[in-house]
Design a protein around this ligand. Sequence first.
Ligand code: AP5
Length: 217
Amino acid sequence: MNIILMGPPGAGKGTQAKKLVEEYGLYQISTGDLFRKALKEKTKFGVIASYFIQFGHLVPDEYTVEMVREFLKENIDSFKNGFILDGFPRTIIQARELESIAKEFGFDIDAVINIDVPSEKLIKRLSGRRTCKDCGTTYHVVFNPPKTEGVCDKCGGELYQRPDESEEAVQVRLDTYEKQTRPLIDYYTMKGELTNVNGDQSMDAVYADIKKNLEAK
Ligand code: AP5
């Protein structure tokens, strides 16, 4: 199955994608992670993306689509169990481009899941998030703390707070979501493809709802 996982910043897309990867062997394609990796490696996409990410803006569509297209082209053979698009598409233009990429590479999108969380909860989730420098596992200081403060349970790596988690950047990310990404909910609803999942419950309960929806498909 190929799945689009949508939702505002901090909705739990990454958290739920990792659970789907573990249970179903799907491949997680997170554009945020791809940009952060490119940034670390100082590739073309990293240099372009650094300014936009730091201040909480979307990276322009042309570069984002080009990066996704290149990534899919190079890795398409690894997706035998299917993939989860985490954080892509984020604009109507990206959604349309994804449709042409799907035609070109011969795959379908089987489910579009939107994780719905009230905006007042998102700031709390983002400000408490900690991410492992080595394996990328995410935690939350209150909702999902690691066993030892500052240390990843899985690999022992150091936990850090992302630079785009400053109060100002988070506010820009939430505003950007409202203006540029929320319209995608209507886009996929009109196409009859969208499933809404209540993200304002425990991580396990959110996962159970996602699973139920995917298994019904
Ligand atoms: P990206 O990395 O995709 O960030 P995001 O969409 O803002 O999403 P997050 O990773 O912040 O949140 P999430 O929904 O994955 O939540 P998580 O599971 O971590 O993008 C970063 C930047 O890259 C963008 O701002 C943009 O600049 C650029 N970019 C990326 N894609 C792009 C695109 N397509 N086009 C243009 N630019 C692009 O959970 C958050 C926290 O909450 C964690 O601490 C977690 O433990 C906790 N949590 C999760 N679920 C629950 C729950 N049910 N209850 C309580 N706590 C929970």
